[in-house]
Design a binder for this molecule. Structure first.
Ligand code: SF4
Length: 457
């Protein structure tokens, strides 16, 4: 069996499963956020009753992150609905925007978008918060009401996005009916060249198979290229499985995974034991391809979908209006460090927005030094508008007043995010080009799409 098949077999109490088979799977963690949480809670109450209790309080994680720093009252109200539910159910894992468990969240637009407007429990984007706060463990099943839940596959988990109806059912029962996906294997070998990042790998692969090339399939990553990568890079790749239609992404377990997880569960006092899955010798793949990482170049996914692959050096005539670094995919500390390496001592030519994925990233960027200066100030001095309000922000557009949102038509943005369908970051006539933090940074400096190797050299 493949990694995904082994994991689903174990989670459904069977010795063997095969692709296409339906299995009732026991869920280890259910995650929801401010956009889908209220709907999920509504389904749960409708189906299980107003006084019903969730199946296991320690397995529910609620992370407000999407439409947070906006004056839109309905969005603010969604966070209050989550808080009321957490209080009613006595849930231990809720990363609230405010500290008062009986309070109401209201964004204060008069304070502006850049300065911190959250309390001590707030964390930021759900997929980046889950590993940080010790909620991901190898061998487990994670479901979340968000399509990029697949990011947790970096940790040798089965992790997938589900809808509110399924999530409401999981809240009541702890189970989900899943069709076992076929597995595609992506074998990585060779070493990435300077200027190339993990984001280029996944953009290259999606360009190869198409934005529907992995529809309802598991994307299994293997090879020496995988083991050479740190966990942030694995997360970047797993995050975008859904951009090829994938059901999940899955990485093998190794000591880097174990070390990362043990550290985070100890820090947060979350469940510490886990049992990784290992690949069998007799795996059957529906697709099996080897990629030589040394051949990859800085890559861009052009408007209007993540499969529109071109090399950055082929796109120098594309003039840009803005650049954006942030999101679960591209807003990690390592992403900002790469970005800062390019813009240090220079000035961006176009509006450039920086949104850290989590509050920990904000703290790390303020503490990290490059040439005796904080990375945060290096970015600000280069002209990047950095916000302390870690969240999804304009990655998915959001309400009109969202930081970095593309409100005018025909704007072109190069972005370290993960999705670029029409209207994704705001106006439906705007265009988004997906790229690595290096490529976004180099393009911000020139005002047109730029191969970062030109600047890094
Ligand atoms: S940062 Fe973007 S992709 Fe990630 S969870 Fe938020 S909206 Fe989704």
């Amino acid at each position: 069996m493949t990694l995904t098949e082994k994991l689903l077999a174990r989670a459904s109490g069977k010795t063997h499963v095969q692709p296409g088979e339906n299995a009732w799977v026991n869920v280890d963690v259910l995650m929801t956020h401010d956009v889908c949480g209220p709907g999920t809670i509504g389904v749960f109450k409708r189906e299980f009753g107003n006084d019903a209790k969730v199946w296991d309080r320690s397995k529910v994680v609620i992370i407000p992150d999407h439409y947070i720093f906006t004056a839109d009252s309905m969005s603010n109200r969604n966070v209050d609905i989550l808080r009321d539910f957490v209080r009613e159910q006595g849930l231990p894992y809720f990363y609230d925007v405010i500290d008062d468990p009986n309070g109401h969240w209201q964004f204060d637009a008069s304070k502006g978008q850049l300065k911190q407007q959250y309390g001590k429990n707030f964390a930021g984007v759900c997929h980046t918060t889950l590993p940080w706060k010790g909620h991901l463990r190898p061998g487990e099943v994670l479901v979340g009401t968000d399509s990029h839940t697949c990011m947790a596959g970096a940790f040798n988990q089965f992790a997938t996005g589900i809808g509110n109806t399924d999530a409401g059912f999981v809240l009541g029962t702890g189970k989900i009916l899943l069709k076992v996906p076929e597995t595609m294997r992506f074998f990585l070998e060779g070493e990435m060249q300077p200027g190339v990042m993990a984001k280029d790998i996944i953009l290259h692969v999606i360009g190869d198979i198409g934005f529907d090339g992995a529809t309802y399939r598991a994307m299994q990553w293997e090879g020496p290229g995988v083991h050479a990568m740190n966990m942030d890079d694995r997360m970047t790749i797993a995050n975008m499985a859904i951009e090829a239609g994938g059901k999940n992404a899955i990485f093998p377990y190794d000591e880097k995974t174990g070390e990362y997880v043990r550290e985070r569960v100890a820090e947060n006092g979350t469940k510490a034991d886990f049992e990784p899955v290992e690949a069998d010798g007799d795996q059957l793949f529906v697709f099996d391809r080897t990629y030589d990482l040394s051949k990859l170049e800085p890559t861009v996914a052009c408007h209007p979908d993540p499969g529109q692959r071109k090399l950055a050096r082929e796109l120098t005539t594309v003039k840009l209006d803005r650049a954006y670094i942030g999101s679960c995919t591209g807003g990690k500390t390592s992403d900002f460090l790469a970005f800062a390496r390019v813009v240090k001592g220079r000035s961006v030519k176009i509006h450039t927005f920086g949104v850290p994925a989590t509050t920990k990233v904000v703290a790390e960027l303020k503490a990290a030094q490059m040439d005796g200066r904080s990375v945060w100030s290096i970015l600000e001095d280069a002209g990047v508008q950095m916000t302390e309000n870690a969240s999804c922000a304009a990655c998915l557009g959001g309400p009109q007043d969202t930081f970095g949102r593309m409100n005018e038509k025909a704007l072109k943005c190069i972005s370290a995010t993960n999705r670029n369908f029409p209207g994704r970051m705001g106006h439906k006539e705007s265009q988004v080009f997906l790229a690595s933090p290096y490529t976004v940074a180099a393009s911000a400096l020139t005002g047109h799409i730029t191969d970062p190797r030109e600047v890094l050299a």
